[in-house]
Design a binder for this molecule. Sequence first.
Ligand SMILES: C[S@@+](CC[C@H](N)C(=O)[O-])C[C@H]1O[C@@H](n2cnc3c(N)ncnc32)[C@H](O)[C@@H]1O
Length: 301
Amino acid sequence: MNERGNCNNIINRVILGDIRKMYRQIPDTSIQSIITSPPYFGHRKYSGDDASRDEIGREKNLEEYIQNLVFCFELIKPKLKATGLLWLNLGDTYRNKELLGIPWRVAFALKDKGWKLRSDIIWKKPNAMPSSVKDRPTTDHEYVFLFSKTSNYYYDADAIREPHVTFSSESKMKGGRKHLGKRDGTPEQGKNGGNQNLHNGRWDRAFHPRGRNKRTVWEIPLGKFREAHFAVYPEQLVETCLLASTKIGDIVFDPFTGSGTTGIVAIKNNRKFMGCELVETYQKMAQKRIDSVIYRPSLFV
Ligand SMILES: C[S@@+](CC[C@H](N)C(=O)[O-])C[C@H]1O[C@@H](n2cnc3c(N)ncnc32)[C@H](O)[C@@H]1O
């Protein structure tokens, strides 16, 4: 396998090793979407007390962490299609009673390298761990940043619409066709100018039948799978990113695979997966979980 080769032998596989070396196995422009949650700064020791020097998140200072993380994404960038997207989940860290602002620092550093920041999404965790702090609010959110490589990327807004909340099915509307904007448009595209052409249409018929465009606060509970890996993100979070940024058969990549959540969601949704994980225990765990989804007969009946 080289940078121009085909990638059949790493499809639905988790490569073991440091992403800064293993990225070479991935052919250029093969990936449609990167969905990942790198280690947070100073939170965990994934490789145990016998620390691997290659482990991201254990750097002595924040600048080095940001530099390392940005370097990883620079190495992966050529592997992403021009129409591809990067979804980056990051949480923050407190030091000496001060919030470090890490997610935004990383986001700015990636912007400086030419990644286009398209959205800052708040992942609100309704079942976040309670904390004992009394001198500030308890944190119950993390960020998911959406980056593109170019301005012309694939994004399926319809796949992740959410229910309308600003009107009931009985609400009447005023404003006629102007609500709809251009033909086959949605009211969100229209003017709603309160014009002369009043009528008694219903909001639910005027608005997009599949719901309103996805908003930037996503309330998603932490998942149940906590077996031996600390920082598992929920399948629903990954699925939202995946459905908006890929079609069936596309390749999804997670450079920091952990327990394999991105892979599992990709395969359940008939996408292909490629992953990389530094720590052998997690690489094996992820591969086992991914294999059990691939070979689950109920998926094929
Ligand atoms: C936050 S966890 C990912 C959790 C994952 N999203 C899940 O749902 O299970 C980050 C992972 O990155 C791995 N990691 C740390 N440094 C790495 C490196 N240089 N290359 C590849 N993986 C690395 C860690 O071992 C850890 O499992």
